[in-house]
Design a protein around this ligand. Sequence first.
Ligand code: ZN
Length: 113
Amino acid sequence: MHETALMAGVFDVIEKHTADLTVQRVTKVILVVGEMTNAMPDALEAVFTVFAHGTKVEGAELQIRMIPLTARCTECEWEGSIEQHVFICPHCSSLGLEIKSGRELYVESLEVE
Ligand SMILES: [Zn+2]
């Protein structure tokens, strides 16, 4: 599953940040997920639980902040959200769209004890 690979990367980051022995456990993880990653929040949560099992992250609350896919047209300067992954400018039909947001996948914050 796609989300497993994404979550493996997330847990690498979490482990680096919680390697310190003063960190007993992680209570909350806020994850920023761009629409372009095609990750489903439900699947991410399920995979998160699996990865967290037996680690400092077990029992932590996972909060997912989805970032919509937006782009800017390099021809007419149109800016807006992209529906259905159709990369054609709705204003001038140009294919020269530049992705502005939606590729994100990172840990925004960690709460630890
Ligand atoms: Zn355009």
